[in-house]
Design a protein around this ligand. Sequence first.
Ligand SMILES: [Zn+2]
Length: 272
Amino acid sequence: MRRWTFTPHWSVMPELPEADAARRRIADDCLHRTIAGFTLGEVAHVTLPTEAERARFVGTQLTRTHRHGKYIFAGSVDGPWLHIHLGMAGSLRTWDAQDAAPDYARLTIEFEGDRRLTFRDPRKFGAVHLVEDVENFIAEKGLGPDAMQIGGNAFADMIGRTRGAVKPALLDQAKIAGVGNLWSDEALYRTGIAPEAKGSDLEPARIAALHRAVQDIMGRVMAENADYARLPDDWLIHNRTAGAACTRCDGIITHKKVGGRTAYHCPTHQTR
Ligand SMILES: [Zn+2]
């Protein structure tokens, strides 16, 4: 199978590892190729670069990619950059002109020769923007440190100052960028922390374990290119069903709303 025809299925909102898999698709298949033009698909209700903005990329090359949390960027040293927001179900597909065009295509970059890069967005919650300066963009968005970059002390400080539930703190992109519903549940499951546990009540050793779990889990998902079938059998991802047997104790998986989001967890081994 050629790498650029690999199609993950996004059954959940993309988080950091899924965004990184999309970023890598650009890095592996689309850099240092001259942009010949763009084609637009069905674009109602989708935010895309204007015609004038697209024209700035024609004749140039994407030479680098960047990711911060769930945000991915492709551009060149002096800019401009494309920011691709995957939204609920967006994805990037790299393909060649002789292949069948992807469905749900909103924007396709045509490189000289056959290579194509398509932003697919079946649910239309994603967007592509022109960004002049990536660091300014991240600052204006108010994003916290990237979840793979945040150090143990900064993480402990952030959780320790959280008087509310730990799960919504992990999801707060202003506090830590890149963690979403799926992988926050996985990290809490691994460390035996209840999703509603108060951050300020957690002992330092548990916070340190949570920090390691977040980075271990996301690192593993990235290493597997966000192919969930390759993740270990004892992960919660394979058992996110009420009534499923817990893989870490004799408990039963259940779910409840915490901070407005559905948290899957095992009430037996996950404690406050
Ligand atoms: Zn359990």
